[in-house]
Design a binder for this molecule. Structure first.
Ligand code: AR6
Length: 209
C-alpha cells in the first residue's frame, strides 16, 4: 500500500513539474501563442516546419539533413522542381519556398536560407530577419495556422545564438502583432542551453519581468 502511494506521488510530482515547464515556455503574442521547446523538429505536428536549408535546396547536414532523411525523396523531388522552375541559380539568402512534408508529421516544409555569420557587417541581421519573415508570410498566405522553427543559422552557419534568438523572436513578435491568421509559432531547440538563451531573450523582447 505504501509502495502504491509513493508511485502515485511520483506521477503527481512529474505531472505538476511538466505543467509548470510548459507554462514557463508558452507566451501570448497578439492572438497567437509562442512556444519554446526542446526536441527534434522532424517530430513536430505543426502545419509546417521550417528547414534551415542552403541555397542549393538539395539537402545537407543539421536540420536540413534530418528533414530530408525523415521526409523522404518526395521533398527532394519538389525542391528540384522549384530550383528548375523558379531558382535555377539557387534560393537567395532570406527567401523561402514551400514543399509538402513527405513522410513527416508536418504537412508542409518551408525551406529558407539563413545567412552565414561573417562578423555581423554583411547584412546578417537583416537577412536572418528576412528568413523568418518570409517563412511566416508564406505560411500565412497559404492559410496555415501553426509553424515550427529551428534556430536558423546558429549551427553550421555560425551565427551567435544570443543575437540570432533576439532577431528570431523580434521578427515573430512584430509579425504576430500585425497579422492574426497564425495561431501558434513554436521554436524547437536542440539543447537545454539553447532553450535557456531563447527563454531569456523572449522575456526581454516581450518586456516580461
Ligand atoms: N531539430 C531541431 N534543431 C536541430 C535539429 C533538429 N533535428 N538538428 C540540428 N538542430 P543547422 P544552419 C539545430 O546547422 O546553421 C546544413 O548543412 C542545431 O543545433 O541545421 O542554418 C544546411 O544544408 C542549430 O542550433 O543550420 C546548410 O548548409 C540549429 O538547428 C547549413 O547547415 C541550426 O543548425 C545551414 O546552417
Amino acid at each position: 500500500m505504501v509502495y502504491y502511494f509513493s508511485i502515485m506521488d511520483s506521477y503527481l510530482y512529474t505531472d505538476v513539474r511538466d505543467v509548470k515547464n510548459m507554462m514557463k515556455h508558452e507566451f501570448q503574442v497578439g492572438k497567437a501563442k509562442v512556444l519554446l521547446t526542446i526536441g527534434d523538429i522532424t517530430q513536430m505536428e505543426t502545419d509546417a516546419i521550417v528547414n534551415a536549408a542552403n541555397s542549393t535546396l538539395m539537402g545537407g547536414g543539421g536540420v536540413d539533413g534530418a528533414i530530408h532523411r525523415k521526409g523522404g525523396a518526395k521533398i527532394l523531388e519538389e525542391c528540384k522542381r522549384i530550383r528548375a522552375r523558379e531558382y535555377p541559380a539557387g534560393l537567395p539568402t532570406g527567401k523561402a519556398v514551400m514543399t509538402s512534408g513527405g513522410n513527416l508529421k508536418a504537412k508542409y516544409v518551408i525551406h529558407t536560407v539563413g545567412p552565414v555569420w561573417q562578423g555581423g557587417n554583411q547584412c546578417e541581421p537583416e537577412l536572418l530577419a528576412e528568413a523568418y519573415r518570409n517563412s511566416l508570410m508564406l505560411a500565412s498566405s497559404k492559410g496555415l495556422k501553426t509553424i515550427a522553427f529551428p534556430s536558423i543559422s546558429t549551427g553550421a552557419y555560425g551565427y551567435p545564438i544570443g543575437m540570432a534568438s533576439r532577431i528570431a523572436q523580434t521578427t515573430v513578435k512584430d509579425f504576430l502583432e500585425k497579422e492574426d491568421k497564425l495561431g501558434k509559432v513554436v521554436f524547437v531547440l536542440l539543447s537545454e542551453r539553447d532553450l535557456e538563451v531563447y527563454e531569456k531573450t523572449i522575456r526581454q523582447v516581450l518586456k516580461l519581468s
